[in-house]
Design a protein around this ligand. Structure first.
Ligand SMILES: NC(=O)c1ccc[n+]([C@@H]2O[C@H](COP(=O)([O-])OP(=O)(O)OC[C@H]3O[C@@H](n4cnc5c(N)ncnc54)[C@H](OP(=O)(O)O)[C@@H]3O)[C@@H](O)[C@H]2O)c1
Length: 318
């Protein structure tokens, strides 16, 4: 099979396409023939930083590092003990998070209990792009943010991978949703049903908002998260996507009398089942705006690394 091996931490040039043996599956695993791979900012962070790689593998860095967690494909082989999937099934999932998912490959071995059948409403590319961003959004909006009907919810980077799912989930719940992005993405965000759009490049959001019930802060900046705290009403909830910010914001959360929750997404098939249900019922839809071939996978990572991606970036595999 073909796979991208991370030779050492650093730039995209360190992702080397190599021919290696296909993985052998163990009991309770399936072998997937990859059809699409979703690219996420964490792929870039782990590629860039040995500390991140060490953190995600809990110090057990294998000799051959294959990045990637999102996958959609077809079951080629089912191992002993697998009774929920069979060869020919079209599946998708977020593999082995935390750990290494090894999805940057034309074949992937995966635990059968981390995969579910792909909703017929999604093609492989849309399905491959969905798991990590949508499951993070679910944990932010539903599990931790506990967003309720009628609440005022601010979602930062509503044009991004996580944000565009969070917006759709919060609207489905019946919240009043305010989304931030720059003007060029206003049309994209409005088409997803946002109630209010803020161009963060024109005026700081905190000058325009107060008494917000829940903020979902997707931005990788402590200072940005601190600004988000200032728009919450007393008793409000902040959900932030960089869990290691906790100690830096603890005092401000207390002073503002609000709660703070850091998200760390994991391979929960229960959450992906909830996402599939919303997709099947037509409440949410992934928006893939850039698709690359397997040969162009490093360029797909560069597109995500730019910080300007709209919706999702995916890689199609033949
Ligand atoms: N903790 C976890 O488990 C977890 C899981 C998934 C993701 N994450 C993290 O969550 C973050 C977001 O992920 P993602 O996949 O949504 O990223 P993404 O798709 O790459 O986000 C890109 C979007 O962010 C917007 N943006 C950039 N700066 C902004 C700002 N200051 N204000 C408002 N919008 C801004 C851009 O719009 P413009 O071009 O208009 O600026 C762009 O559309 C990443 O840092 C990622 O590492 C954490």
């Amino acid at each position: 099979m073909e796979a991208y091996i991370l030779e050492q931490n650093g730039g995209v040039e360190n992702l080397k396409k190599t021919t290696i043996a296909s993985p052998h599956i163990k009991a309770n695993e399936v072998l997937i023939k990859t059809k699409a791979i979703g690219i996420n900012p964490i792929d870039v962070q782990v590629r860039n930083s040995k500390d991140f790689l060490g953190m995600i593998t809990q110090g057990n860095i294998p000799q051959q590092v294959i990045l990637g967690w999102d996958v959609a494909g077809v079951v080629e082989q089912a191992g002993e003990g697998v009774d929920n999937l069979k060869p020919g099934d079209e599946v998708y999932g977020l593999l082995n998070m935390p750990g290494l998912g090894n999805t940057y490959a034309t074949y992937v071995a995966a635990s059968a209990n981390q995969l579910i059948r792909k909703p017929a409403e999604l093609d492989f590319i849309a399905a491959g792009a969905t798991p990590m961003a949508s499951m993070t959004a679910w944990q932010a909006v539903v599990t931790l943010g506990k967003v309720k009907k009628g609440e005022k919810v601010l979602i930062h980077a509503a044009s991004g991978g996580v944000g565009h799912f969070a917006l759709q989930i919060a609207k489905h719940i019946g919240a009043y949703v305010i989304g931030t992005a720059s003007a060029k993405n206003e049309r994209f965000v409005r088409a997803l049903g946002v109630d209010e759009f803020i161009d963060y490049t024109v005026q700081p959001f905190e000058k325009q908002l107060q008494d917000v019930d829940v903020v979902i802060d997707t931005i990788n900046s402590v200072e940005h998260v601190q600004r988000s705290i200032s728009v919450l009403k007393k008793g409000g909830r902040l959900v932030y996507l960089q869990p290691y910010f906790q100690s830096a914001i603890e005092a401000q959360l207390q002073a503002a009398e609000v709660s703070g929750y850091g998200v760390f997404v994991n391979s929960s098939v229960e959450v992906l089942t909830e996402i599939s249900k919303l997709i099947r019922e037509g409440h949410i839809l992934p928006k893939v705006t850039q698709t690359f071939s397997f040969d162009q996978l490093p360029a797909a990572q560069a597109a995500v690394e730019s910080g300007r991606a709209i919706g999702k970036v995916a890689v199609s595999v033949n």
